[in-house]
Design a binder for this molecule. Structure first.
Ligand SMILES: *Cc1c(COP(=O)(O)O)cnc(C)c1O
Length: 455
């Protein structure tokens, strides 16, 4: 399988190079040159076996051990089904994507992608240092995904005092020689700026062989395609899927599953008060606004980086047009796309809805009252979307439950009066020793630390 850039000006690459590169050299995102056809499930397949089968055409000969890597990645999940389905009512299921080591759906991709990095680097006899900034969730999932890797070191920066205790401890209690966690005296934006500055320093970048595993990496999207396929396997589709959305990676994976032939009819894009995507799908109004903090912080995003992949498809895979539209979007804060073209692509495929914090709390409370299930605030945004769009959803609906309720205990307790307990595999989180280094918001200090630790 060859991969092309959404901006049409980067070299075509194979899977292993796309994995390590992340972003294309023209600033675009890599997508497969063509969509393969899904192989039918063989009876009795485990999640890991189905995952290897679904991903095989995307990986090609670039990884020898795909089946073993999948088996190892998904053995870290606390549920034997990996992503079990729970029934909410006769037509509505939850797919629980939060049984991984850090309790959010990002584990599904990062447990596998960490192992893929290690396998490719080992075959090439290379090492990398992953640096990243986190406001909470992604950092812990990335750390957990690479903590056992021989060829990857990782440094994650977070804003001191600004993450929840659960989020911080999920990072700082990992005891592995290739993992360092830095509390920066600053904000999340300061942390992101430090990471960008490290990448912009060419000498440092080369010397440390800096790398990233951010959500635009094709391999992360690819790993997420699998559970959409599994949902249609189990429910014998056609189904509608309903996805709490931030960077658009998760719901785009659902669209890819449909491209491969999985019987998915509608894709519901659920946003919180940061509703740029809902405005686009409803009114062709994609214009940026300031980010508003919400109860579902992992969706507090204005510019969804993976949307570029959908835009490329809407443009009939015209990379030049895509680059031009995105250039104007950056300059003006407004994306101009022909309404006819948008409608032809979106109508009958995508639905969208937004949900503010008050409605999020109501959705958590009413789900608990009706079913006895505690859901996290991100999942609740999607539950509200399904309620709002009830009249347009005619098939079985699968809502993607992206985080465990215990990851957001304050919001869950506020809505339901119940404090969600940590699951058994994390029950001693608050007894484990923390390892963290505190540094000033100063590039030289951070570079010195990274250089002396992993140089
Ligand atoms: C990252 C995240 C999301 C958003 O997913 P995208 O792929 O960025 O759209 C939703 N919910 C939770 C809990 C997350 O961690």
């Amino acid at each position: 399988m060859r991969y092309v850039s959404t901006r049409g000006r980067a070299p075509e690459l194979g899977f292993a190079d796309v994995l390590l590169a992340g972003l294309a050299t023209d600033g675009g995102l890599y997508v497969p040159a063509e969509w393969p056809t899904l192989a039918p499930r063989r009876p009795g397949m485990t999640y890991a076996e189905r995952a290897a089968q679904v991903m095989a055409p995307f990986v090609g000969d670039d990884l020898a051990d795909l089946e073993r890597l999948c088996a190892e990645a998904y053995a870290t999940f606390a549920h034997p089904a990996v992503v079990p389905l729970t029934q909410l009512d006769s037509q509505h299921f939850l797919m629980e994507l939060f049984h991984g080591p850090t309790l959010a759906f990002k584990d599904v991709a990062l447990q596998l992608v960490g192992r893929m990095f290690d396998a490719v680097l080992s075959a090439r006899q290379q090492r990398v240092t992953i640096v990243g900034a986190t406001s909470g969730d992604t950092g812990s999932a990335a750390i957990d995904g690479v903590k056992g890797c021989a060829n990857v070191d990782i440094v994650i920066l977070y804003p001191h005092g600004r993450t929840s205790d659960v989020q911080r401890r999920q990072m700082t209690t990992v005891d592995s020689p290739n993992v360092r966690v830095v509390a920066v005296d600053g904000t999340f934006d300061d942390c992101q700026d430090l990471v960008k500055a490290m990448f912009a320093d060419a000498e440092f970048r080369e010397r440390m062989r800096l790398s990233a595993v951010n959500s635009i990496n094709w391999a992360r999207v690819m790993a997420q395609v699998v559970y959409y396929v599994v949902a249609t396997d189990l429910l014998a589709g056609p189904i509608d899927v309903n996805v709490p959305t931030g960077n658009f990676g998760n719901v785009f994976a659902g669209w890819v599953a449909r491209q491969l032939g999985a019987p998915i009819e509608r894709l519901v894009v659920a946003s919180n008060a940061n509703d740029i995507l809902t405005r686009f799908f409803h009114d062709n109004d994609m214009s940026t606004a300031a980010v508003v903090p919400s109860l579902s912080p992992s969706m507090d995003i204005q510019v969804s980086s993976n949307f570029e992949r959908l835009l490329f498809e809407m443009n009939g895979r015209d990379g030049g047009l895509t680059a031009e539209q995105l250039g104007r979007f950056r300059a003006t804060g407004h994306l101009a796309i022909e309404d006819d073209q948008r409608r032809r692509f979106v109508d009958g495929s995508f639905l969208a809805a937004r949900c503010d914090d008050a409605t999020t709390l109501t959705a958590m409370a009413s789900t608990y009252a009706r079913t006895g299930l505690l859901i996290d605030p991100h999942t609740a945004v999607a539950i509200s979307a399904a309620q709002q769009l009830h009249g347009d959803l005619h098939r079985t609906v699968v809502t993607m439950a992206t985080a465990h309720p215990a990851k957001f205990p304050e919001a869950v307790e506020r809505a339901t009066g119940v404090h969600p307990p940590l699951p058994a595999h994390l029950a001693d989180l608050f007894d484990r020793p923390e390892r963290v280094i505190r540094l000033p918001n100063d590039l030289a200090a951070v570079q010195r630390f990274v250089g002396t630790t992993f140089g």
